[in-house]
Design a binder for this molecule. Sequence first.
Ligand SMILES: Cc1ncc(COP(=O)(O)O)c(C=O)c1O
Length: 375
Amino acid sequence: MAFGWIDEQAAARRRAGLVRTLRPRPADSPLLDLASNDYLGLARHPEVVAGAVAAARTWGGGATGSRLVTGTTELHSELERELADFCGFEAALVFSSGYAANLAAVTALAPHGSLIVSDAGNHASLIDGCRLARGTTQVVAHADPDAVRKALGTHEGPALAVSDTVFSVDGDAAPLAGLAEACREHGAGLVVDDAHGVGVLGAGGRGAPHAAGLAGADDVVVTVTLSKSLGSQGGAVLGPARVVEHLVNAARTFIFDTGLAPAAAGAALAALRLLGREPERATRAREVATALHARLTAAGLEAVRPDAAVVSVRAPSPEEAVQWAADCRAAGLLVGCFRPPSVPDGISRLRLTARADLSEEQIERAVRVIGGTRP
Ligand SMILES: Cc1ncc(COP(=O)(O)O)c(C=O)c1O
């Protein structure tokens, strides 16, 4: 029977306790949210919503075509200019998602005969970029510039190292300066995904590459998402103008995809301008993460010290992680739950988002609930 094999896979997932289900979220949910990626609390900010509404009124509900045909509006160009300036890069190119931006950067910059050196903890979208690229991928130990150096030393021809700047599972930061040094020794390019860094790390949220002194470097390319700190939807690649021009001509997720919806571009631009005026939002997100970590640790929980705004708490097993998250939910707290196959090391965790707009009372309540429901 067609698709019969799906039932076998579903049964195996059920046996392993790994079934995932969708839970539609009501607009007025009473739950305290530590699960979203809305790090700066901007997704529902009146200025961000107004940016989306104004853009939809002016440009319509959709971009109407591929960026190369009708899908590039003046709004897209404005967003690209301001995003590049904010993060300190020569040029930017906006995509319909961060996922598409990562596929574009890796595939277009790793031609046939090239080597891609990829961190073992990279996000699925970078991994998929490696899978689609014409170059050969070598996966190396997590956050290890020497492993990158060694891998690059084995190859002649174009090469690229790819890494998240902040790893989405444990919230730990990549050693960006060390990675850039290893790449430079071998004339390789560096592509980093700052999805969890932009808006949180660097001066006023200018991102992890900016903090590491790599902004504007001619051998560094950065991808970001507009869907986390900037409270919108979409992604972008930032880098030298010649890289961006190359992507316009060669990146399939740019060429064969409808441009980012105007409302999303308008919301992201409003959020970016807001962050420019209120840089303390970035500092506050980091402070909330430090406070959450300190209090969880004091309560005897095994939490990873956060480098940005993701706080990860170890759970004993996938089943207990799921139950723990469900118990938190029943007690009014929404937390993320990471478990295999989404975690490369097989360790299940609760994943908490340190939102800049959390109050002291909310931080305390969250820790009380997590501690009180532990397996
Ligand atoms: C590290 C990282 N890169 C890329 C993405 C994909 O971004 P988007 O949701 O905009 O497609 C995500 C998650 O969404 C992420 O966590």
